[in-house]
Design a protein around this ligand. Structure first.
Ligand code: GUN
Length: 322
């Protein structure tokens, strides 16, 4: 029989105990994402054997040269290579016009050897580019970011089996599943309503049968709303804005924030923190994700998952056609 400690380790959750009181169980995105990547690697190997060398393929399209985007893209390319996904980085200069970006996307849409296409955001262009038009030009069948209107619309209607779910919220759901806490019937609070995190997170929790409140910059009493959350997902983009005192005892707290704050003790002069004040929130939460090492690695793993799923759909469609 497995001990509780062994079981927790396998699940990617670990319990920490402070000197005064029991504190939150940490939900590790590093451990959970490793399990996902190992499963995907086995699936890709099976595909390769069954379909004479076939490999899923992903294109990451970048406009410009932002440091943060460069780092995220290199993490995605490395994860793809480890799983056996063929990944290509298409880099366009910041002088690229909207029409040129659109032409590039359309040409990748038409390339049958590509199963997944993402346009890294934000775009770093000297020209005015309509982000909405860009994400909507990606073919819904290759939109492994899940940002096109077709995929977002399906998700908002609860048609989860026929869309691509945006990677960060999909990763959050996986981390919530790891806690063993059932979502159905719970009160979930999402902070932020972005197209990439907050809005799809709301939809996913709703279709997992939670009662969902989405908060934003105009929400009247944020601490009160947070205090009602059995499950709290924060994607606000503001360093440590959620204070531990606001958090309901025993809540599941998922922090999507990645913020750099000054720290004179570090060689770089800065450190990464989330949108939740971790030290105080972990005194009240039942489960909490760390930053770094929580949601971030899951976003990458879910991109890989969507790419493999897209390749599987491609194979299925083309087999049926034959
Ligand atoms: N920039 C930051 N996160 C993401 C993401 O998940 N997808 C894309 N396309 N750009 C991003």
């Amino acid at each position: 029989m497995l001990s509780l400690a062994t079981l927790s380790l396998r699940l990617g959750v670990s319990s920490c105990h402070g000197s005064r009181r029991s504190i939150a169980t940490v939900i590790s995105g590093i451990k959970t994402s490793k399990l996902v990547r190992e499963r995907l690697k086995a699936e890709v190997e099976a595909m390769k054997n069954q379909f004479s060398g076939f490999r899923p393929s992903l294109v990451v399209l970048q406009v410009g040269d932002r440091d943060d985007s460069n780092l995220y893209i290199s993490t995605k390319l490395k994860a793809a290579a480890e799983i056996g996904i063929e990944a290509k980085h298409v880099r366009l200069p910041s002088s690229t016009t909207q029409d040129e970006v659109l032409r590039s996307i359309r040409s990748i849409n038409e390339d049958d050897s590509v199963h997944g296409l993402i346009v890294q955001l934000p775009l770093d262009s000297v020209n005015a580019i309509d982000n909405e038009l860009i994400t909507d030009t990606v073919s819904p069948e290759k939109d492994v970011d899940g940002l096109s209107c077709i995929n977002a619309g399906k998700l908002s209607r609860g048609d989860l089996k026929h869309c691509f779910i945006p990677c960060t919220p999909n990763g959050c759901m996986e981390l919530i599943r790891q806690t063993g806490v059932s979502v159905a019937g719970k009160h979930a609070v999402v902070i932020g309503r972005s197209k990439i995190v907050g809005a799809p997170m709301h939809d996913l929790l709703l279709w997992s049968h939670a009662t969902v409140t989405t908060c934003h910059s105009k929400t009247a009493d944020l601490p009160e709303q947070v205090g009602r959350a059995d499950i709290l997902v924060v994607g606000a983009g503001r360093a440590e804005m959620v204070r531990g005192e606001w958090v309901k005892e025993g809540a599941v707290v998922i922090d999507c924030g990645i913020n750099h704050i000054p720290d004179a003790t570090k060689a770089s002069g800065k450190r990464v923190v989330g949108d939740v004040h971790y030290a105080s929130a972990s005194q009240r939460a039942g489960f909490i994700t760390p930053v770094p090492g929580g949601v971030g690695p899951m976003t990458v793993a879910m991109l890989m998952e969507n790419t493999v799923q897209s390749a599987q759909r491609f194979l299925l469609k083309n087999q049926l056609r034959r």
